[in-house]
Design a protein around this ligand. Structure first.
Ligand code: ATP
Ligand code: MG
Length: 361
């Protein structure tokens, strides 16, 4: 259960140095264009990931005329501190320094819905992997070691393929095939969980998004060629052995879990044939399923929704808010403020943001 009890954004983009005591349910931040709504959402995401969803460059998020980013919060009774400059990043949980971003994201798992990040259905394989692996990781924390070993192994293989001496290639390929099956298996298990939840009734609240959940399908492409069973290590080894020369020629391994993706289908129609609006709706269903899987296991993420009314019509906003409010998780929503949002005043804090200054309404 992740709840931000206090938030102190000291230095982040245009945001003023300020404290907030958010509601444990809904927090609505209203403001006109360019006031800092996305920056605010991004600052919470940043605290949970030690990176942005908008930029790779730390310079972009450091306030103009400043040297560092500084955000801290009390999350589930524990203080989390993030200080980051161009050269140094310090993360503290309580008084203890931690060196891994994954420990940070365990304290503050966030699910983000933002036009700046893009929609998963119809999105790039990279974006899809990122959402998928977010779920896989929160569902099965042990898998992180496997991902790390896989990336290291892949790096070694690519270095060998680009070099002159291929002596150790076979050993590394065999190692890669083993790790690859573990990753594909974890992703498959996770997708099965999503499908199971999709079949359950709790999604009825989202009926304005999708007429019948039966019509929605997700298929994992493991990243290997279509004729290779990604869950079968022998098939992978045979494929790797048979195609070694071609990898040496191209100097890299272009297949494997690092190229995996999820294909979405609605009424058997591939996502590529769906309209932008349909893609958007299905993306939201997918994200809500991800939230639901974690909520069922009592590790509720904090949901961040940027610019809610530019993305959704009134009926969909209502059903998404109804759905999330019922899950009793913490939500931060930003909006320009031109639509009536059906929020329970007892469960909601409303703020206004102007030139980076956030005040309670
Ligand atoms: N590193 C930075 N330091 C100071 N200000 C910044 C920094 N990066 C961005 N800004 C400013 O922050 C302002 C607000 O940006 P933000 O994207 O949060 O607005 P917004 O409220 O989401 O607007 P919109 O409704 O158009 O989406 C911009 O005017 C931008 O110039
Ligand atoms: Mg914005």
């Amino acid at each position: 259960m992740a709840i931000i009890e206090k938030l102190h954004v000291a230095r982040f983009r245009n945001l003023n140095d300020q404290y907030l005591e958010p509601n444990k349910n809904i927090n609505l931040v209203l403001g006109s264009n360019g006031q800092g709504k996305t920056n605010f959402i991004e600052s919470i995401y940043y605290l949970g990931h030690n990176r942005s969803f908008k930029t790779k460059n730390i310079k972009d998020v450091i306030p103009f005329d400043e040297e560092l980013v500084q955000i801290n919060a009390i999350i589930d009774g524990e203080k989390i501190t993030l200080n980051k400059s161009k050269h140094k990043s310090t993360i503290l949980v309580g008084d203890e320094k931690i060196s891994s971003n994954s420990l940070l994201s365990q304290r503050l798992p966030t699910q983000i819905i933002s036009p700046d990040r893009g929609f998963v259905v119809g999105g790039t394989p990279k974006l899809k992997r990122s959402y998928l692996d977010w779920g896989v990781f929160h569902d099965n924390k042990e898998i992180l070691k496997t991902y790390k070993s896989y990336n290291k192994t892949l790096k070694n293989i690519n270095a060998i393929l680009a070099g002159k001496n291929q002596n150790q290639l076979d050993e590394w390929l065999s190692q890669l095939s083993f790790l690859s099956v573990e990753i594909s298996q974890a992703r498959t298990n996770y997708i099965q969980k999503l499908v199971k939840i999709l079949e359950e009734s709790s999604l009825q609240k989202l009926e304005s998004f999708i007429e019948s959940t039966k019509n929605l399908e997700f298929k994992l492409q493991t990243g290997w060629t279509k004729d290779v069973d990604g869950l079968n290590q022998n098939e992978i080894i045979t494929y790797l052995q048979n195609n070694k020369d071609s990898f040496i020629r191209t100097k890299h391994l272009g297949h494997g879990p690092h190229r995996a993706t999820v294909d979405f289908y609605l009424n058997k129609k591939n996502e590529g044939f769906l309209s932008r609006g349909e893609q958007k709706k299905l993306s939201i269903v997918f994200w809500m399923l991800q939230v639901l899987v974690l909520a069922k296991e009592n590790s509720d993420p904090v949901v961040l929704i940027d610019d809610i009314s530019s993305e959704l019509d009134q009926k969909k906003i209502n059903s998404i808010l109804d759905f999330l409010t019922n899950l009793n998780i913490q939500i931060f929503i930003t909006d320009i403020g031109n639509k009536e949002l059906p929020l329970d005043p007892k469960k909601t804090n409303i703020y206004h943001i102007k030139k980076g200054i956030i005040v309670s309404a």
